[in-house]
Design a protein around this ligand. Sequence first.
Ligand SMILES: Nc1ncnc2c1ncn2[C@@H]1O[C@H](COP(=O)(O)OP(=O)(O)OP(=O)(O)O)[C@@H](O)[C@H]1O
Length: 325
Amino acid sequence: MTSDPTLADLTERVTARRDRPAYGHDALITCDRLVRVFTADGVEVQALQGLDLLVREGELMALVGASGSGKSTLMNILAGLDTPTAGAARVAGRDLLTMSARDRLAYRREVVGFVWQQTSRNLLPYLTSAQNVALPMQLSGRPGGRSRSARRARAERALELLEMLEVADCRDRRPHEMSGGQQQRVAIAVALAGDPAVLLADEPTGELDSHTGERIFAAFRTANERLGTTVVIVTHDQAVANEVSRTVAIRDGRTSTEVLRRSEVDEATGHEKVVAREYAMLDRAGRLQLPSEYTGALGMRDRVALELESDHIGVWPDDSGREKG
Ligand SMILES: Nc1ncnc2c1ncn2[C@@H]1O[C@H](COP(=O)(O)OP(=O)(O)OP(=O)(O)O)[C@@H](O)[C@H]1O
């Protein structure tokens, strides 16, 4: 028999709850029950419906999902170009819901860098690659911006970034004088010029063939490994999704499943192999989205039977009708 809790017990419980670290306290990106509602022609579209996502510093991760699932909406919010309707979103300690217009501008210049799918959206057409990369540094308004030494430092840094991304030979070319793949690598250099904590990319390989796409992905990996930049890539490209250690799937405006990959040494052969495992996201209200292939395969709809076991929870198709009959 359990006795009623004493006042001391209750106080202890409340204190323990209050002292628990806040959700995402140690993450670089925290989305907590993020909601974005659009109204078009009097009709409401819930593009994000309480999305939870944590990204740790130094991660290189991919976001995947069907068309219309909310990926671009999320990226625009993280890029500081759009504001959520409700929920919480923090990036590198900045609160994306309460930022003033001025803070938002500083956020876009200092905290995040982005690369878009359309190569033409990433670069100014009348500037050379080196000038495109130097521009964000010039605009960041750091002290001594106009001096000759500051200009030289910017030019050197621009060249370093172009070299790192293997497009130094394009430094004096304008975008129309480069291939799509070269333009995207220069675009990554531009995005990195402000030394951002986070690099966001929305379908960066979408307009490129698969070989060029691989090289672009390698450029993101280089940025992640050499500069420690956290990278979030939205992609339809399965090859890209297979290359990262974490792929999060978005479904109906929520994170639904997550694939984690890690390399393991095969005991039998001694060779290194990549092991991938799929996880479902359990949100803070205890909601779980089961993959539609799984529920479809077992004909699960509306209601399922649950059973708590010592080390797992069993989920069965609804058998209540059968029992009654
Ligand atoms: N500005 C807007 N006004 C009205 N509805 C919008 C707006 N932007 C997005 N939506 C709607 O929100 C939902 C999510 O769109 P979003 O562009 O984020 O999806 P997505 O996953 O990026 O799709 P895709 O892979 O096709 O780019 C869609 O139903 C879309 O029609």
